[in-house]
Design a protein around this ligand. Structure first.
Ligand SMILES: [Zn+2]
Length: 257
């Protein structure tokens, strides 16, 4: 397992900078989709991504992609991300953590002697997709676990798709990579079902997908008081890094999209 680690301080500092856009009086965020604050947030993200050598594009429905080139740019991509917008009285971590953790993975690969990957990191045919997210529930905190490896989503018809996506492909799956990264890094972890829906539920319909949870205080989310510890956020990004790197450098076949 690779010994690279993300820069947790930079991740935290960017989370706090992004939280200033749409900041609410009670320490939360109001950065609803399609508002001026959302536009400002996307601009800031684009600036960081371009400075990290990514090409930024927006698709027909407004999804923003930052693409780190691979050695073979025609290969299907290894993707990660989440939502940058918030609820009207949202917090600093829901969604945006998964976006900035992905950017942190790219920054880390760039810094460590410009670690190249075979597959590009972003979109086109998708080989594998990852999302890190705060738990939006109290279980990890109550059980004193750092990492939640999500094995399914409750109350969603797409639950079956997540499971099928996991089993239908030869070779290592994104969830295998998450499990082995978590074990190699020595994190306390729990396999769990997500009580809430996430972007990855939709992605799992078209590509092998894995989700990682980190604890959030009191299970509070979609709330201005939403809070997560820097060390846990760093841990989640440190799981993402080797998991994405191994998917982007192995010869495992891509899914058909
Ligand atoms: Zn979310």
């Amino acid at each position: 397992m690779n010994s690279m680690r993300v820069n947790g301080g930079r991740l935290w500092s960017r989370l706090m900078q992004m939280a200033e856009i749409g900041a609410t009086p009670h320490g939360g965020c109001n950065r609803q989709a399609l508002t001026d604050a959302d536009v400002a947030g996307r601009k800031l993200l684009s600036r960081w991504a371009e400075a990290a050598g990514c090409r930024v594009r927006v698709d027909a429905v407004g999804n923003l992609f930052a693409r780190r080139p691979g050695r073979e740019d025609a290969l299907p991509v290894v993707m990660t991300g989440s939502h940058l917008d918030t609820q009207p009285t949202g917090g600093k971590f829901d969604g945006v953590y998964g976006v900035l953790a992905g950017l942190e993975v790219i920054e880390t690969l760039n810094e460590r002697a410009g670690v190249p990957t075979d597959a590009p990191l972003s979109r086109q045919a998708v080989k594998a997709s990852f999302e890190v997210h705060i738990e939006q529930g109290p279980v990890l905190e109550q059980k004193a676990k750092t990492i939640g490896v999500v094995t399914g989503v409750q109350h969603m018809s797409r639950h079956e798709v997540v499971v099928a996506g996991q089993e239908a492909h030869a070779g290592p799956t994104p969830m295998d990579m998450v499990r082995s990264a978590t074990a190699a890094l020595g994190f306390n972890f729990l396999e769990m079902i997500s009580g809430a829906g996430h972007d990855s539920c939709n992605v799992s319909a078209v590509a092998p997908t894995a989700m990682v949870f980190v604890p959030c205080a009191g299970g509070l989310s979609h709330n201005e008081a939403e809070s997560a510890l820097p060390i846990d956020l760093e841990a989640g990004a440190n799981v993402l890094l080797p998991a994405m790197l191994s998917m982007a450098t192995t010869a495992a076949p891509a899914t058909q999209t």
